[in-house]
Design a protein around this ligand. Sequence first.
Ligand code: 6PG
Length: 637
Amino acid sequence: MGLEKIYIICGVSGSGKTTIGKRLAELFNIPFYDADDFHPKTNIKKMSEGYPLNDEDRTPWLHKLAEEIKKWNSDRGAVLACSALKQKYRQVLQSIDAEYINWIFLDGNYDLISKRIQARENHFFKKELLTSQFNTLEKPEQGVIIDIDKSVEEIIHEIELKLKTQVSQLGLIGLGVMGKGLSKNILSKGFRLSVYNRQVEKKEVDIAKKFVTEQESQKVLGFDQLQPFVISIKRPRSILLMVNAGKSVDMVIEGLIPFLEKGDCLIDGGNSHFKDTIRRERLLSEIGIHFIGAGISGGEDGALRGPSIMPGGSEKGYELCGNFLETIAARDKNGNPCCSYIGIEGSGHYIKMVHNGIEYAEMQGIAELYHLLRFYVKKNPEQIADIFDSWRKKGKDSYLLEITADILRKKEEDGFLIDKILDKAGQKGTGGWSTEAALEIGMPLSTISESVMARNLSGIKSQRVKASEVYQLESSEILEDESMFLKDLEKAFLAASILNHHIGFELIKQASKEYNWDLNLSEIARVWTNGCIIRSDLMEHISALFKENNDTSLIMFPEFITIMKSNIDSLSKIVSIGLTSGCSLPVMSTAVNYFLTYTSAQSSANIIQAQRDYFGAHTYQRVDALLTEYFHTNWKD
Ligand code: 6PG
């Protein structure tokens, strides 16, 4: 038996709807109904006199049936035998709340069916009407389609089999690295899945079909056409888009719209910009389609084993697809899914964007420590990996530290692979988007923005090479006491990490206020405790702290005040040693500067205000007057 409660057996008269329907009803232990019994008398009379019914005759009958279906669906379910020859008739039948109708189409050719009708007795249908039925028939493409040229037993068996295997619970578009990983993950959780990948000559050929043949599961269907793909998915549909952020998402949505129905839900699992998500959600809601912008983190491995998922947007849409997303997500330490409805509009993608901002800063911080250890302390990559691993064992574990240690141990025949990798960082943009988003609401995003700039600076490699030849800067020896230095380095790493996270969460907090998103910081941190790129021991602490108080700034929690007080000197020391030795530490030094400014009651900004007023009469506020008052000075007098 399929998952849902309503089965409609359709096909032309004489195709065996009643016989098959009754047998199925018995099998599923639910009532059987014949749609003919719901015809108004006028229709029966017309048919028995040999006149075909027209659309006008059928409309009240179909609506009546739709009402009945609604009742049956809220009761035990039912099997209904109904010709439902045209797509628009089927649409009326399924225009009710019934979550889903199992369509079973009995498919036979004219000769076979006319022979069967001639053999029949006591039926008001005249065989001459068969031609008209075949003329009217628009064969359905959805549901279970059965060739009826076989015994009733065989037909029943085939229906049972197809019901079990042919209706997908979820659709996925885009079989790139993440799409494939997520598809395998979805299948491993027992869901029936339809996958779609476009056809691009010589580049993307039969990707979906190949994917299907590679899977052991019988529960996956592959398509390179959107219509049959959409049709193969249980209604209301949940379709996960795993296509490149940007125009591709809009193009796929446009292509899908003609085949979608009200109540369907699209989930964009790519790294889309939150403003695009807001726009798309508005657009789709106008035509009754739910849209979820879901940040998904964890890379290839996470997609396969369980990513961290940050869905935002239509709440009704989440009611529909939340179960899938939560089932495929990573688990936190208590076994709960690392997936939680983040909030309305583009909040899910906003959170993923900030995740990536923190990711950029953490990556850059680790890279800076590596660089310092490698070229100024003269450690080899394996020794540095040992140092990082030793921190990991002391409650400072993080996925990024773990993979960096792995990377540093990786050798090729003639040396370490890391030495062969060009020092030019790529980026797809999410770090920069965080910076723009922070600027938009006036927030300091110091370490994160600096990590974006560090990538940009790395990108101008040829200029750097030229400048290094011109300047020939000497690097000085920095080590007097190695063991002390390493202790400071470890403390500096933690302090900078706390500051990166503090800065990221401050942005989230402010965005929540600006956009009225009512975000739950503890829940966001919890979703980030596993599956994602910035999962770490630190994230566990952060989630617990925000649970106590959602409004406190991270470095104002007593636990972090203690750590920062004891570690900030080490961070300053490492930065100062590094800089004076000729090693650039953009994120680490920005972290110190941020902290020193953040913890200063008196900043240097009074000079900025005076300068602004001097050259532009921009006015200033005074410490000895009300803050509502603004002053201007004629500075040259
Ligand atoms: C993740 C990653 C993932 C991807 C980024 C990297 O959370 O799984 O953030 O989304 O690796 O797109 O982006 P850059 O190319 O900008 O580093």
